[in-house]
Design a binder for this molecule. Sequence first.
Ligand SMILES: [Mg+2]
Length: 384
Amino acid sequence: MTVGCKDPKTGKMMKQSVRVSNPTLNFINVPIVRDPKLIPRGLPRNKHLKIESNGGGHLVREARVSTLLDSMRASSPARARPASAATRAASLDDEQKSWIQRHPSALSMFEQITRASVGKKIVMFLDYDGTLSPIVEDPDRAFMSDEMREAVRDTASFFPTAIVSGRCRDKVYSFVKLTELYYAGSHGMDIKGPPPGSRCNGNRMNNGESVLCQPASEFLPMIDEVYKTLVESTKSIPGAKVETNKFCLSVHFRCVDEKSWDDLAKQVKLVLSEYPKLKLTYGRKVLEIRPTIEWDKGKALEFLLEALGYANSNDDVLPIYIGDDRTDEDAFKVLRERGQGLGILVSKVPKETNASYSLQEPSEVMSFLRRLAEWKRKSLRASL
Ligand SMILES: [Mg+2]
């Protein structure tokens, strides 16, 4: 299909081809887990598994889950597996050590990261929920601290900086409140740059116009219709919350009793059966409904790099992407495939990931951003 995007160089609207994927509801992508101990509970372990190499030595797995309920349980483990406390602690400790060796802390590897950036322009990409703000029960209250906002502002004063979120762009802007950033909302399906005249560092378009890309705009009426239908059909399930993110929808079930998850899954599948052009994916305690176009956070990262003048083969840029969720893996994978830049996964627990480094929680993200800005400040002073 063809979608409309604003050309980053001329500012004119242009047509862009986007491949449409198969929207079969029963096929859901999950990250490959090489260590059987790390396979999420509820995921079938010995059937319907397909393992592929993605060229970078990392693997992806596609699992045919028998029901949507299976995938909800798999992505949202509620309880620890039965085991003695001591056995489990020892096992987790080993897993943690092994994982940290493969994905070292971006703070402990800070010198190595800054050495890799010599002669290159760092471009910073930041997820929002779980990266800049803590994960909270009520998604409308995922506020960012003033300290974090200051760290992001400081970072953006030295490096072009983009927020890449599954949320609606206006919503994530209402949390971040920094005009000098790029915002890619709706999993990258709604990208906008700083308005002309705003203060930003080296990230202004050559023509002075704000970059804009909305590859799923033709889906807006359909998404709006499904939002209204889902609100109505799920209102009898206590705790279910349908959130519109403009170009995609989220059905949160973190406040729904597990006994009602099956009801919720049936309602969502029933509604979506009428809309073959929409697909269903999932994250932790959330179902995501998105257009079937092949556009994700990885595509948004590529679009923004190109908009900033860094083409595929350009060696002068070091993109750094920090995120905590499955949807951020699309961006980590793009960086691996480009052999350029680095991905940092925010997680306290071992997860299979295409990221190179890790940070444990948003407070560590803040420390990393502060340190990066301070390092740049000192480098600039030293070069005077
Ligand atoms: Mg997140």
